[in-house]
Design a protein around this ligand. Structure first.
Ligand SMILES: [Zn+2]
Length: 368
């Protein structure tokens, strides 16, 4: 949608982007206290709570954007605007078709150069929760660390006879984490943005390909998986390259750098015949990919909105005026496509209304 201000020479714009027509699946119907397929109304004091799937995330925002454009059209003369206003609603939840090759989201619009005109001013991403600007999100990279020692589990009475994959995997991880936290310590801008925690690299998942059936079996193989959540003032692709270097330090030293950790494991513990395989997860791997291509494909960039932007100041002032206070949000969750727009040079700001929980509700007041 394009609205040309009455005095606009089309050198400046403001855009509202990201509201989508599709809605999040209902999931388990038993979790709903009301009918998700019906728009419900609950009067709460002076306010009205709207219930039902799509009230937030994201038909509420589609409706809000529609109202904005209706207002622009019916108040053309009085507004007397000297800028253009754009609205971009999308047909797919941000990502342009998860698990599908058909792209219909904002990334497809960007590729087709349909978003070029919105670069002339702030781009307000209108799809987040709840009533406060969301000014920061994290970079993300998912990884797998696999230890191959003995093909089969072996008897715990003879720990000297093989590689204890649990011990070795944990010591590899300890070394990598130590190096990670040295290179990516808490960033001085975190407090200003309000991030509740710093960058992290941690295990979240564990797989035993040759799990011993009884307690006296030492597993010869083990895979630990996890992720990196990176504060957006660091570059996720550079971070991934650094982690690859830590892995290389372990392998090039023939595991000597693990010694400070291994020494806590008793004299029977040995790693020299073990093998460490580290890789980034996500997507099909292709043998011809370069390390740089792998990083670009697997890593997700973080977002740090420009707090000096006229767009942010307008959101902050409006939020203070209507809600009474402005406390922007930032965390190391991801907003992949929003972050992509920012790194493509757009002045991206975000706002949204309604609560995204198990159930979808929003209040009419917050949409004002
Ligand atoms: Zn959404």
């Amino acid at each position: 949608l394009k609205y040309k201000g009455i005095r606009s020479d089309s050198s400046k714009s403001i855009s509202f982007v990201g509201s989508h027509f599709d809605v999040v699946p209902v999931g388990n119907l038993e979790n709903w206290e009301f009918d998700p397929f019906k728009l419900g109304k609950i009067v709460r004091g002076d306010d009205i709570v709207l219930t039902g799937r799509g009230t937030t995330d994201c038909l509420g925002h589609v409706a809000l954007l529609t109202m904005i454009f209706k207002f622009l059209a019916t108040h053309h003369q009085e507004l007397d605007l000297a800028i253009d206003v754009y609205g971009v609603m999308i047909a797919d939840e941000e990502s342009g078709g998860k698990g599908s090759n058909i792209k219909v989201g904002v990334d497809a619009l960007q590729e087709a150069k349909k978003l070029d005109m919105i670069a002339k001013g702030p781009v307000i991403w209108l799809d987040c929760a709840d009533k406060q600007p969301n000014i920061g999100s994290g970079g993300l990279a998912q990884w797998s660390l696999r230890i191959e020692g003995n093909k089969l589990a072996f008897h715990s009475g003879f720990p000297n006879k093989g590689v204890n994959a649990i011990e070795m995997a944990n010591d590899c991880l300890s070394f990598i984490q130590k190096r990670f936290y040295e290179d990516f310590p808490p960033h001085h801008k975190e407090t200003e943005y309000g991030f509740p925690c710093s960058s992290s690299m941690k295990p979240t998942h564990i797989i035993f390909p040759t799990e011993g059936k009884s307690l006296n079996q030492i597993p010869g193989c083990l895979e630990i998986q996890g992720d990196i959540r990176l504060i957006p003032f660091y570059n996720i692709y550079e971070c991934m390259e650094s982690v690859e270097k830590y892995v290389a330090e372990i392998i090039d030293s023939k595991f000597a750098v693990l010694e400070p950790f291994r020494l806590n494991r008793g004299s029977g513990s040995r790693y020299e015949s073990g093998k460490l395989i580290f890789k980034w997860l996500g997507g099909e791997s292709n043998p011809s990919e370069t390390p740089e291509e792998i990083r670009r494909k697997r890593g997700v960039g973080g977002l740090a909105c420009d707090l000096d932007s006229i767009g942010f100041k307008a959101l902050r002032n409006a939020t203070e005026k209507i809600i009474g206070f402005c406390k922007p949000l930032a965390d190391t969750g991801t907003l992949p496509l929003v972050a992509d727009l920012k790194s493509a040079g757009y002045d991206v700001q975000t706002i949204g209304y309604g609560l995204e929980g198990k159930q979808k509700i929003c209040t009419l007041f917050s949409f004002k």
